[in-house]
Design a protein around this ligand. Structure first.
Ligand SMILES: [Zn+2]
Length: 316
């Protein structure tokens, strides 16, 4: 009973819009009409005065990036208290302990960032994440995969996307992912909020020489563009657009033929006894000019010779 009530409460709190909230509340009242005291309590003490503060239909209007509660601050406070051990210490000791704690947190954060940059589980190795893998955090990729899995449900139900994850986390929602998934294209990096791309504590310094080189290359490109025909200009601009808007490119990754396990089948094994050509033979074959085909000399059959002899006049 309690488990079912808890489940119903969770559904109510996670309602994505007021309409869904009313439907869930109606369902809750119907399922638990035998315990009117409980319904009365949640309605009068929580939902009535505070629903705007914790039900998703009202809280998911702002970008909170997953910070629903003050847990982070409380957790840091708790850690500090554990680290200090006692409130009876002087300023020097306090400074030393806080410094140690911060250094520990920095090490932990660096470890997390390193794992986000280089180690990915199997679930993240999909074509859809090719352009964002290793650039955004694992948590963001996990949420994107979840939304990508909901695309089929959204299409089948023919209902409008709530776009809540875009509002609250700055991540693509199901309706944004759908065209990329259907066309089998990777999601562009621009679709993810900058918050999820911060995988370093100190921003790496920009190399000014790279900016200068790009500027010089751009000037050359622009001059060449001006001195070409209209068709060439179109071709160059198409190539340029592929870099600027990678999500619009028509190029797809070539499919790799999956090789099954075990030894190859009998009909796949070559029975030829001819040796494989050496590398120099490959090179010679590619470099040498084709020779004119010589007509093969025909050997006269023996019976023809015998006919010739036989046709000679006999000397008597
Ligand atoms: Zn949406």
């Amino acid at each position: 009973m309690w488990k079912a009530f808890n489940l119903s409460w969770d559904l109510l709190v996670m309602s994505e819009n007021p309409k869904q909230y009313n439907a869930h509340l109606k369902l809750m009242k119907r399922d638990f009409h035998t315990v009117p005291e409980a319904i009365e309590y949640v309605e009068q003490s929580w939902l009535g005065p505070y629903k705007e503060r914790f039900v998703a239909a009202w809280t998911d209007k702002v970008m909170h990036l997953g910070n629903y509660t003050s847990n982070r601050a409380e957790c840091a406070h708790g850690k500090l208290k554990n680290h200090l051990g006692s409130s009876q210490c002087n300023f020097a000791r306090l400074w030393e302990q806080i410094d140690k704690l911060i250094n520990l947190q920095i090490t932990e954060l660096k470890g997390t960032f390193e794992r986000d940059l280089s180690c990915w589980q199997h679930e993240f190795r999909i074509h859809l994440l090719d352009d964002i893998r290793g650039v955004v955090s694992k948590e963001a990729m996990r949420m994107i995969i979840k939304k990508a899995n909901e695309v089929e449900i959204l299409v089948a139900s023919n209902r409008a996307c709530e776009c809540s994850i875009r509002r609250t986390h700055g991540l693509p929602c199901s309706h944004e992912i759908a065209p990329f998934k259907i066309d089998n294209k990777p999601l562009p990096l621009s679709i993810v909020h900058d918050h999820w791309k911060k995988l370093f504590l100190v921003a790496p310094a920009k190399d000014p020489s790279i900016t200068e080189t790009v500027k010089a290359d751009w000037d050359i490109f622009f001059r060449r563009l001006q001195g070409t025909t209209e068709e060439q200009q179109r071709h160059m601009m198409n190539k340029f657009k592929e870099f600027v808007h990678p999500e619009c490119t028509s190029l797809v990754e070539p499919e790799q033929k999956a090789r099954g396990r075990g030894r190859p089948k009998k009909d796949q094994i070559s029975n030829s006894t001819r040796r494989l050509p050496s590398e120099f033979e490959y090179v010679e074959a590619s470099v040498s000019t084709p020779k004119p085909v010589k007509e093969k000399l025909r050997r006269k059959p023996k019976n023809q010779e015998s006919n010739l002899y036989s046709s000679r006049p006999c000397k008597v």
